[in-house]
Design a binder for this molecule. Sequence first.
Ligand SMILES: [Zn+2]
Length: 234
Amino acid sequence: MLESWSNLVFGMECLGCGSASENLDPWLCPECRKALVGLSKEARRPSDDVVCLFPMEELTRRLIHLLKYRGISGMATYLVKHSCVMQGRSENLFPEFVRPLYFVPVPLHRARFRERGYNQAEMIARALATLTGGQVSHWLWRRTFHVSQTKLSRRERERNVVGAFEPRLPSKLSARGTVVVVDDVYTTGATTGACIDALGMDFPLDVKVCTLLYDRPFSARMDFVADRRAFWNP
Ligand SMILES: [Zn+2]
């Protein structure tokens, strides 16, 4: 166990399959990287305004857990760079979105932030902003503490997040541009939908959503089970 952890910490093991490899990049072995690029071709658009860079599969689930629960922030940039939407060129990321781009991370409640020390949505927003020349904009605030979304049904999720966010907009907003609400996983759209609602009906800029992963609503419960399991069993 100790050896396995030290290999992980010192980057000798592939974070996808756990096997020792001398050709890490530095996260994945060539096989897992190839699998990731394959998954990127399954990027989802649950609606015109929502872009999800990868489907939720065993590999992408592992990588997002490293970002979410271990705070490996470089993973956000790595995943965005390997997404099909980007295709290795930053100008390919959201070409149809009106510039400038304002990446607004779904805020974490203060208590959760204190517990973790970081907000994974902010890490993803930062990666997207760096790669597109946009900016991270903290324009939303989380009002109340909520139980983890992952164990709730769709209806419960919607009830849980309604009114959870309030806007903290700058006094002077640019006349054009696009707000991209950023989260790690899109399941029912309840959380990002509540964020969009919080910006208000009269919000003057285009509003879109980008998440790293798309998860089918019915598997969210499974994800909760996976969350509770040990890191993984190599
Ligand atoms: Zn691997």
